[in-house]
Design a protein around this ligand. Structure first.
Ligand SMILES: [Fe+2]
Ligand SMILES: [Fe+2]
Length: 475
């Protein structure tokens, strides 16, 4: 079951050939997907041979095979973790009942919405990143970008399989619509706001893969607990791919920091103007990018109080992060959770029913996880002997959803007036000038083993290959 059949048009480990109708429907969607990849996927790269990993089984050991592939020939397919015939629902009102192998009628609309919303983010990020290949700081980075892109494409396949298999005609229509919405399109945008933002430069890309792919991790972890077993099995395998995306982000930002610290030490200065003149990105600019990506990403968890979140949990559609490892009653009725509110111009905590606050619970778990990586970045600065530190802003900073939308809060968590916000915002969020400066550094480096001046080389290559390996053959 865990081995993937590559002899079929659509590689899969779900015995697709036994369901002719489904197979035909997906083979009908496949050329539309490839057309979307041509039109909206990585720009100007269709002919490159890229050193990519392809899933060959879903076993935790050695599921990947590496080799040079032209991206349009990448074998996108359908891979689910093996099932457990005795799996039980382990939270919510149906706790203890057998997990669902099909979609219960009463949860159909909600499950479809969850799957479509997740599915929509996958091609959106490919669209957001489509121009980055033109300015890659090295072959190594170019390869990592493309690896992330083909896997986001595969995640779209994962969701489209569920839509086709379990949601009939509605599902097929939704699968088409996933190729029709486009990131940033004024008439037909992607569903979630962060996925309509631009990813204009590589610092944004690394921040995005660190922060926003990590949102993906937490959403997928919550769905991996689902009572709807095919969704749980699909998302479990997606998570193994997601880990690499966050590695790209964490190590990418880390390498930018390392290079900046080197130059700070060489020039014995922390003056942003001097560092910019030397062609590296000053730490305050990195901090402002961090503030932006962090705040936009934590909005993705949704409103702090949400009756939908309660319904999704109680009906077993979406669990908490690591639901299985928690020792409470997994029903949460009568329990409370603290969320932020604004009273008399101050942020205050208030207790609300936990079931309604599950978006906030997931957001808080995410915050802990993302702070840990920021501390690892700080270790790099510390190791360079420099006193500066990066910091995630307060949870209420620059929010656009829920209670905190419309309240102006400083990165330290102080409610500020509109005029103070306007006076300080250029210290807190990337300015047009910051973005123009970062853009000015973006130039294409194509020689194996060479890196742009603003970023340090990685400590090691991909799949034990040397750093100067030919990761991309331009052909
Ligand atoms: Fe993804
Ligand atoms: Fe991802």
């Amino acid at each position: 079951m865990s081995a993937i059949n590559y002899s079929e048009k659509i590689p899969n480990n779900v015995n697709l050939s036994e369901d002719r109708t489904l197979q035909r429907a997906l083979e009908h969607w496949q050329p539309n997907y490839l057309q979307w990849w041509q039109d909206m996927g990585p720009e100007g790269s269709q002919n490159f041979d890229v050193y990519l990993r392809t899933a060959v089984s879903v076993d935790p050991q050695g599921w990947a095979q590496f080799g040079h592939v032209k991206m349009p020939d990448y074998r996108w397919g359908i891979f689910l973790n093996p099932g457990d015939a005795d799996r039980k629902i382990h939270f919510g009102d149906h706790m203890g009942e057998a997990a669902w192998q099909d979609v219960p009628g009463e949860h159909r609309a909600n499950l479809r919405r969850i799957i479509v919303t997740q599915g929509d983010t996958e091609p959106a990020s490919v669209e957001q990143q489509r121009h980055l290949g033109l300015t890659a700081p090295s072959q190594y980075d170019l390869r990592n970008l493309f690896q992330v892109n083909v896997e986001e494409g595969r995640h779209l396949w994962a969701m489209v399989y569920l839509l086709h298999k379990y949601f009939g005609r509605d599902g097929r229509e939704e699968a088409e619509a996933l190729l029709e919405r486009n990131s940033g399109d004024a008439d037909n945008p992607r569903i979630l706001e962060a996925f309509n933002e631009k990813t204009p430069d590589w610092l944004s890309f690394f921040m995005f893969t660190y922060f926003t792919d990590r949102d993906g991790k937490f959403q997928l972890c919550a769905l991996a607990e689902s009572a709807f077993d095919p969704l749980a099995r699909t998302t479990k395998f997606m998570l193994t791919e997601e880990a690499h995306h966050m590695f790209v982000g964490e190590s990418g930002v880390g390498r930018v920091i390392t290079r900046t610290c080197q130059v700070m030490n060489e020039l014995k200065t922390d003056d942003p103007a001097k560092l910019r003149a030397a062609g590296v990105i000053d730490l305050p600019t990195i901090q402002r990018y961090l503030n932006f990506h962090y705040s936009v990403t934590i909005d993705l968890f949704g409103a702090d109080q949400s009756s939908n979140a309660a319904i999704f949990y109680s009906s077993g559609l979406k669990g908490r992060y690591e639901e299985g490892k928690r020792s409470d009653d997994h029903k949460l009725k009568g329990q409370t959770y603290k969320v932020l509110d604004v009273q008399g111009g101050q942020l205050v905590e208030k207790e609300v029913p936990m079931l309604n606050a599950l978006n906030e619970v997931l957001r808080d778990d995410y915050i802990k996880d993302s702070m840990a990586g920021v501390e690892r970045w700080n270790k790099l600065i510390e190791k360079a002997g420099l006193p500066h530190r990066l910091k995630v802003p307060h949870k209420a900073f620059h929010r656009n959803i829920g209670t905190l939308a419309g309240v102006k809060v400083s990165p330290e968590g102080r409610v500020v007036s509109e005029s103070e916000w306007n006076a300080k915002v250029d210290e807190w969020l990337p300015t047009a000038e910051d973005r123009a400066f970062v853009a000015s550094l973006m130039g294409r480096v194509v020689e194996p083993g060479k890196f742009a001046n603003w970023i340090a080389p990685p400590v090691m290559g991909i799949n034990r290959q040397p750093v100067d390996f030919e990761y991309v053959r331009f052909g």
